[in-house]
Design a protein around this ligand. Structure first.
Ligand code: HEM
Length: 184
């Protein structure tokens, strides 16, 4: 996973748990990356990210899935800022989300050829609905859900999300069924 993702985790931990919390987390987590000095453009083992989230879960008493989801929501505004140009005038939350696989992640791969990105497929059952089929060996559907929450906030829309399938329960993909509405 790219260093920027670790940097964002550090930022979220610092914002929510205080200035010393990240150092404390590094001290309590056995890492492959010596000293835990993660630099944005470099790539680090996924194992280290999962280990840090595991420690954060023990420290806060919050389930890993809940933390990963909150992280996705926290991450989206910064991703959007760091990679300007993907949010185009006139887009809606739905039209934006349909570009994640074939436009955004394709461009991200051009910039960083060593990224490992998930696969999304889409179904478009109705104008106010979208089904996102998420598939990745990392099994980070909770991150995708948190990112969708961040997208809803960005566009001032509501997105009701129901997950009907999950690879962690043995299903072939994670199925996220989204229904869009105007924020009240
Ligand atoms: C401006 C928008 C976005 C940018 C620039 C972006 C970029 C990235 C980058 C750099 C990574 C890290 C890959 C790595 O380190 O190997 C990533 C991973 C990921 N992205 Fe995006 N992304 C964007 C929006 C989204 C949205 C809206 C979703 C979901 C709805 C999404 C789903 C994911 C997931 C789930 C991963 C984790 C990797 C995995 O599951 O295997 N992304 N993205």
């Amino acid at each position: 996973m790219k260093g920027i993702i670790f940097n964002e985790l550090q930022k979220m931990v610092t914002v929510s748990l205080g200035a010393d919390a990240w150092e404390a987390l590094l001290e309590q987590t056995p890492l492959e990356t010596e000293g835990g000095g993660f630099i944005g453009p470099q790539t680090y083992p996924d194992k280290d990210l999962f280990a840090l989230v595991g420690t954060a879960s023990r420290v806060t008493g919050k389930p890993v899935d809940e933390l990963v989801r909150s992280f996705g929501k926290f991450l989206f505004p910064d991703l959007a800022r760091l990679y300007p140009g993907f949010l185009k005038p006139g887009m809606t939350a739905k039209s934006f989300l349909t570009t994640v696989h074939d436009v955004i992640h394709v461009e991200v791969r051009k910039l960083h050829p060593d990224v490992e990105l998930p696969r999304f497929r889409y179904e478009d059952p109705a104008p106010n609905q979208l089904v996102m089929l998420y598939d990745s060996p990392r099994q980070l559907c909770e991150l995708a859900i948190g990112l969708v929450e961040g997208v809803a906030d960005h566009f001032h829309e509501t997105i009701a999300l129901v997950q009907t399938q999950c690879t962690k329960r043995g299903d072939p993909v994670c199925r996220l069924e989204l229904t869009f509405g105007a924020a009240g």
